[in-house]
Design a protein around this ligand. Structure first.
Ligand code: ADP
Ligand code: MG
Ligand code: MG
Length: 927
């Protein structure tokens, strides 16, 4: 989504009193190269209004109109009254009449207008727009006389349906039914094939529907206008719009503007058309003019997938705009260059051609895939359009995930195609490869995903009601619609794999199956969707790493062959230049460490040693250690583990060089290492050379009622000091070994689950002691740090005394969240979704940090810790370390670094830059 500049008040000028309304302008005219609202921005005019004003001021042909600003929406929703803006609206309407030479409601030469919603940030299709307003019975006669009867009837039937749906709240389907029936009777495929007589019949039926509903359709143009303005304002609060705002975190108090604009007609014959265009390719970011149009059509026809639209640029089909209306195409190209220069971002344009003349109806920053976002941002820097910092802010951190998303390996895919599994070829609308079980409705998709199945949502076309299902799915497939359809736009925004317009597929909703090319698939069957190529295949296909991973990690693609990789690296380098927060990775093995380093991790923030204990040849020694009866036996088993642990650390130190490596000593309770099922107990007992009874006895004695709060973390290190001693010895011996190779490792020993100063101090002494012993043996004193995880609320509160002997804190925010809320993370799934639905919690606190609660503990511990120990290093190693919103908080809390999974390092680098840069812009705009 686009980044809005911060503003002083979220509601713009919402507090203007009705008395003052006369003196403060709230209705802004645009037309004839002049726009009163130019420069006022999206907060006041909404995105659409602002775009119309700016385009008008640039001299781009825009039908005249006016914008009623967002503050009026908020007043209206509160008071239900629009009287305050009536004089201004009348005045602006009179200017539109003068500009067009037509009169609103006139019988001979009527001015028709559209009444369009337009919030600050675009909410595609969420709110309402009414076209052809002012088309009263009297005006019908005038329009028919000047422009033809068929055309007038086409406008009237659209107006009846839209106005009735939006203002009178009569469901769309009640009208649609008649149009469909007439088409079928006439054997017509498209509405455009219906005659004037057919449309007359349809219009009569529509009027009947309204009467039957007991509603009265106003025939007074002003009544129509005010009814529409009120309804569009109210559409801010329709359930779809509310749901959309919840998903995209758009504040309720923004409100929408209303734009009233003179109609231009793309449905006025074959020299007229309507279309949409992107100034660059929204899938790849390539600089080419990209879009679709439909001749003799109006408004949404092109995105509704009614007919298949044609491309703008010549493609040899003879049907492109460039080939059929070259002058109009040339004008659009001129506009494209103007808007890109002026808005300095890729634009998504709506246009209409009326009898050869081009009009622009909308411009906004185009939604794009992660690939396109990275490419457009870096290209625009090269073109001198934007600065490096702006480029960094143009890419949402989460979008980078798409560049790492898997693809289907070419060989396997080819084999599947050869094997006759290709169901259909559609339009590539959201990149990546996805494989999942078929669901035909959004509700089923949500249900199936809840059970843990990957789901591909298959629809004829999607609408805003499908949002939840689209979220739940790994891939989306529609049989209708183009690259600008609802499904495409939304999938791109979500970063979902998506194929649209796969017209060969027939969806049989009743039988829950789909058919194409003699193949049939039922609900629950596997489908493989290639959103980069547009292919849909039956059955499961394996996936392979993305282009970036092949260059960076696998080395199977040379960097010079991947412009995408070059852009990716460049953007992240710019991000590094802007961020203050360090970024480390959580890595337990040399392989993870390598990936982390390749993604730019500046160190390891969490190396969990318990994972090393599960290795095949180690688990026996670990179990011997656990079942040992005496310290001596325990030490014997540990002695077997020591060289293995040492090798692990050597591998990691070699990968990381002098970058810091934080190693956490053993954390989980010991029973996690023992078998629990009877057969496994018997087998293990044999391996250990003890009786099954004895092992069972040990398992029983280690069982705990609340393992999460039991004998784990530093509590183990205190009661079995030899375990931690062995681990620490392995760390220092490993460090000494790589120092002999000429490397300069920076080990950081981290004590988990500390709640009291006593715990930490006691173990700190042990670490120092062991370090001294090893130094004596190797003759080399390794520099090191000792610190603790802060994951128990008490430790956060008593941070000052704990910090006294400590070199660093690392917040283990998973445990800290569990313990602060008292929610077991493993059990929270039974109530957390309900809490979020009911609004008791705004978010899953395990996904994004709870700033007021857990965040306050982070702030308290940081302040108290640093006050007691200046220079204390403070980081985060919980999963929140890879969540952009949490990262913004950690930046603000003054932490030194975040640590996340290796594959999220790029996201974290970018998010940290965003945090720093948006603070910078906020500071400079209030200064
Ligand atoms: P949305 O926000 O859903 O895109 P719009 O307000 O942009 O809704 O309008 C819906 C469709 O109607 C768009 O295709 C738009 O270009 C078209 N449209 C809106 N106003 C006019 C107008 N004055 N003349 C011709 N077409 C219009
Ligand atoms: Mg639009
Ligand atoms: Mg923990």
């Amino acid at each position: 989504m686009s980044v809005d500049p911060p503003t002083g008040s979220a509601s713009g000028r919402a507090t203007v009193s009705p008395l003052m309304a006369a003196t403060v302008k709230r209705v802004h005219y645009f037309g004839d190269g002049h726009a009163e609202g130019a420069g006022l921005g999206k907060e006041i005019l909404g995105g659409k209004g602002s775009g119309l004003a700016e385009m008008t001021a640039l001299g781009i042909p825009v039908p005249p109109g006016f914008t009623i600003e967002t503050s009026v929406c908020l007043d209206y929703l509160r008071t239900g009254n629009l009287d305050g803006v009536r004089p201004e609206v009348e005045e602006a309407l009179a200017r539109v009449e003068r500009s067009t030479g037509r009169k609103f409601g006139d019988a001979s030469n009527p001015l028709l207008v559209s009444v369009r919603s337009g919030a600050r940030s675009s909410m595609p299709g969420m709110m309402d727009t009414i076209l052809n307003l002012g088309l009263t019975r009297a005006a019908m006669a005038g329009l028919a006389a000047s422009a033809g009867e068929r055309f007038a009837l086409d406008c009237r039937r659209r107006f009846l349906q839209m106005y009735s749906g939006i203002v009178l709240e009569i469901p769309r389907e009640e009208f649609e039914e008649f149009l469909t029936r007439r088409r079928e009777e006439k054997g017509a495929k498209f509405d455009s094939e219906l005659s004037a007589e057919d449309l007359r019949w349809v219009v009569d039926r529509y009027e009947e529907v309204v009467r039957r509903r007991g509603a009265s359709f106003p025939d007074d143009p002003r009544e129509q206008l005010w009814g529409a303005i009120g309804a569009v304002f109210r559409s801010w609060n329709n359930p779809r719009a509310k749901e959309y705002r919840r998903l995209y975190r758009i504040p309720e108090e923004w409100g929408t503007a209303v734009n009233v604009q003179a109609m231009v007609f793309g449905n006025r014959g074959e020299r007229s058309a309507t279309g949409v265009a992107f100034t660059r390719d929204p899938a790849t970011g390539e600089k080419k003019f990209y879009g679709e149009f439909l001749a003799n059509a109006q408004g949404e026809d092109v995105v509704a997938g009614i007919r298949t639209p044609h491309p703008l640029a010549a493609d040899g089909s003879g049907k492109s705009l460039e080939e059929t209306m070259p002058a109009a195409y040339a004008e659009l190209v001129r506009v494209r260059d103007l808007v890109e220069k002026s808005f300095r971002d890729m634009q998504d344009l709506e246009f209409t051609i009326e009898e050869g003349r081009v009009y622009l109806l909308q411009t906004r920053n185009g939604k794009r895939t992660g690939f396109a976002a990275v490419r457009v941002a870096t290209d625009m820097v090269a073109e001198g359009l934007i600065s490096e910092k702006e480029a960094v802010l143009r890419v949402e951190p989460e979008q980078l995930v798409q560049l790492l998303a898997p693809v289907f390996p070419a060989k396997e895919k080819e084999a599947a195609v050869q094997g006759g599994r290709l169901l259909a070829r559609g339009l590539p609308a959201g990149p990546g490869a996805a494989c999942g079980r078929i669901a035909f409705t959004a509700d089923r998709a949500v249900e199936m995903a809840r059970k843990g199945d990957p789901v591909v949502l298959v629809r004829v076309e999607t609408s805003p009601e499908d949002s939840a299902g689209m979220h739940a799915a790994v891939g989306i497939l529609t049989t209708r619609g183009g690259i600008t359809s609802h499904a495409s736009v939304v999938a791109r925004g979500m970063g979902k794999t998506c194929v649209v317009g796969a017209g060969e597929i027939t969806v049989d909703e009743r039988r829950h199956e789909l058919r194409a090319r003699n193949l049939t698939a039922k609900e629950g069957d596997f489908l493989s969707v290639d959103g980069t190529a547009g292919d849909v295949l039956l059955g499961q296909l394996p996936t392979q790493p993305s282009e970036v991973l092949r260059v960076l990690v696998d080395g199977t693609l040379p960097p010079e062959k991947s412009p995408l990789f070059a852009s990716f690296q460049r953007l992240l380098e710019w991000a590094d230049g802007s961020r203050r927060l360090g970024v480390r990775a959580n890595a337990d093995t040399p392989t993870d460490a390598r990936v982390a380093r390749l993604f730019g991790a500046e160190g390891i923030g969490l190396c969990r040693t318990e994972h090393m204990f599960f290795g095949e040849n180690r688990i026996v020694a670990v179990r011997q250690m656990i079942v040992a009866d005496s310290e001596a036996d325990r030490r014997k088993a540990l002695a077997k583990l020591l060289p293995m642990q040492r090798e692990d650390f050597i591998g990691i130190f070699r990968e990381m060089g002098e970058r810091p490596v934080t190693i956490r000593l053993l954390d989980p309770p010991l029973h996690e290492f023992l078998p629990h099922e009877d057969a496994a107990v018997k087998k293990t007992a044999e391996e250990l050379g003890i009786t099954a009874e004895k092992l069972r006895e040990r398992v029983r004695s280690l069982a705990e009622a609340n393992p999460m709060l039991g004998h784990r973390g530093c509590r183990l290190g205190i009661t079995y000091p030899e375990i931690y001693e062995t681990q620490v010895r392995a760390i220092f011996e490993a460090a000494a070994a790589v120092r002999r190779e000429g490397l300069r490792p920076s080990p950081e020993v981290m004590i988990p689950l500390v709640g009291t100063k006593g715990e930490f101090d006691r173990l700190k002494i042990m670490v120092d002691e062991t370090a001294r012993l090893v130094a004596g043996e190797t003759g080399d004193a390794v520099p090191y740090r000792v610190g603790t995880m802060i994951e128990i609320p008490r430790a956060a509160l008593r941070a000052a005394e704990i910090a006294a002997n400590c070199d660093f804190f690392s917040f283990g925010t998973n445990d800290l969240t569990q313990m602060t809320y008292g929610y077991s993370r493993d059990d929270a799934a039974s109530f957390l979704p309900a809490y979020i639905e009911l609004g008791i919690l705004p978010d899953d606190p395990f996904g994004t940090i709870d700033q007021p609660g857990v965040g306050e503990l982070v702030s308290i511990a940081t302040e108290r810790g640093r006050a007691a120990k200046p220079g204390l290093k403070v980081g985060v190693c919980g999963e929140h370390g890879g969540d952009p919103r949490s990262i913004t908080f950690f930046h603000g809390a003054g932490l030194d670094y975040v640590s996340c999974s290796p594959f999220r390092v790029a996201v974290a680098r970018l998010a940290a830059a965003h945090a720093a840069l948006s603070k910078e812009t906020a500071a400079s705009s209030t200064a």
